[in-house]
Ligand binder design. Structure first.
Ligand code: AMP
Ligand code: MG
Length: 403
């Protein structure tokens, strides 16, 4: 059996990032920057007020209350019309440019308008402020020339906001991986029709298309392919012509009808692995017309575990991600995680929550069989139980979060 780490290293090594391309920022959400973004603008572009209030000279409010003459008003989006002179104030709104002469803003909560008098409007200010108070300087957030986002940055919604704030209209990113996915098996029914004896409902492809989409891939659903070598070869070859990667489920173990194995053995360069893990021992990886192909096992739980441990990190690497695996942490198990020694690392599906002690506490989901997807689907994480007799309640256990 191949140690998991060796299989992972082999697969990752064969899945380099795709060639970058330049896209409008609006099409790049979720993608990874292949080149840094350097700002050519200041954010904010000009000094402006952080509050609604009065732009003043700080000296004029050293002794309060101070009554100042209101000589104008500036709203956000408007340009100041006159400077603030000694003994004067200008009503200013949040985000409006600071007028010349002013060096601080007193917030409106510390003011009282004292109405018209013969020589104009006046305001009574009740708080002293230091120079610079409530002013947001030009370039406070970003300065022209700053590298706002290094290569490798994932364009999250907030990063997209930063890019918009510096007017980065185009970005150079790693593209989404276009992944063809198919299930194999004569027993699979996916059209809702009644099941004859021997048939089961297809579930892996539905699950895998969702996992792939969640991982940021473009998914091409090739449906269920019968256990027919000629048909499978035709579908796989056309997928390879049109996609960046292929994911199959089923047909990679030792059965007589494991046609994926037979066909890929002929048309692709494959490595067939028995990985020292449970579930998901059988796994196939190779290249078909130059693109990576992941042959996941057919049992639904094995399929998801294999996807999580081997396919997802590799597909993320192709999309330029630097953090490839899910979050892992050391949890404490609240129940025994018993197993027997078999030379494999067991990935037990668990539910978990943070306790008052600040630790993540886990317990196994009901059923651990590799055909029991319903139980696994409720899991929050996989507990990594090393070879041996297992763990007892209260023991530390490494877990890999599933979302
Ligand atoms: P295989 O690896 O093809 O021998 O399949 C192993 C087990 O997984 C068998 O019980 C299959 O019926 C089941 N299986 C294979 N593919 C799927 C699928 N797409 N959805 C649900 N079960 C599947
Ligand atoms: Mg099969």
């Amino acid at each position: 059996m191949t140690p998991l780490e060796d299989a992972q290293a082999f697969v990752l090594g064969s899945c380099p990032p795709l060639a970058p391309l330049t896209l409008p920022r609006t099409e790049a959400l979720g993608l990874v920057l292949a080149e840094p973004v350097v700002s050519t603008e200041f954010v904010p572009p000009f000094a402006n007020s952080a509050v609604d209030g009065y732009a003043v000279r700080a000296d004029d409010v050293a002794d309060v209350p101070a009554v100042l003459r209101v000589v104008g008003e500036i709203s956000a989006g408007a340009a100041p019309q006159h400077p603030v002179g000694s003994g004067e104030a200008i009503r200013i709104m949040t985000g409006a440019p600071l007028p010349d002469g002013a060096d601080a803003v007193v917030m409106v909560e510390d003011s009282e308008r004292v109405g018209d008098s013969a020589d104009g409007d006046r305001v009574r200010l009740t708080a002293s402020v230091r120079p610079g108070a409530a002013i947001r300087g030009a370039g406070d957030d970003v300065r022209s020339g700053d590298e706002v986002c290094p290569a490798g940055t994932v364009i999250t919604p907030s990063i997209a906001g930063v890019l918009a704030s510096v007017n980065a209209r185009e970005v150079t990113v790693f593209p989404r991986v276009r992944v063809a996915v198919l299930s194999t098996g004569d027993e699979l029914v996916d059209d809702g029709s009644p099941l004859a004896l021997g048939q089961i409902r297809e579930s892996n492809k539905t699950m895998l298309t969702g996992l792939l989409a969640e991982a940021g891939c473009d998914v091409v659903d090739l449906g269920v392919v019968r256990d027919d070598e000629a048909e499978l070869a035709r579908v796989l070859e056309s997928a390879a012509a049109d996609c960046d990667a292929v994911v199959t489920s089923g047909g990679v173990s030792m059965g007589d009808y494991d046609v994926v194995k037979a066909v890929l053995g002929r048309i692709a360069e494959m490595t067939w692995m028995q990985i020292a893990i449970k579930p998901a021992k059988p796994f196939a990886f190779g290249r078909l017309s130059g693109i990576p192909i992941f042959g996941l096992p057919g049992n639904p739980v094995s399929s998801i575990v294999s996807f999580e441990l081997l396919a997802r990190p590799a597909l993320r690497r192709m999309m330029g991600h630097r953090r490839l695996t899910r979050t892992s942490l050391v949890a404490v198990t609240d129940a025994d995680l018993r197993r027997s020694a078999d030379g494999k690392v067991h990935f037990m599906r668990v539910n978990g929550e943070f306790g008052d002690d600040g630790r993540y506490h886990v317990r196994p989901v009901g059923s651990q069989g590799s055909h029991q997807l319903a139980a696994t689907a409720t899991a929050d994480a996989m507990a990594i139980v090393p070879d041996g007799e297992g763990l007892a309640a209260g023991d530390d256990v490494a877990v890999l979060m599933l979302h």
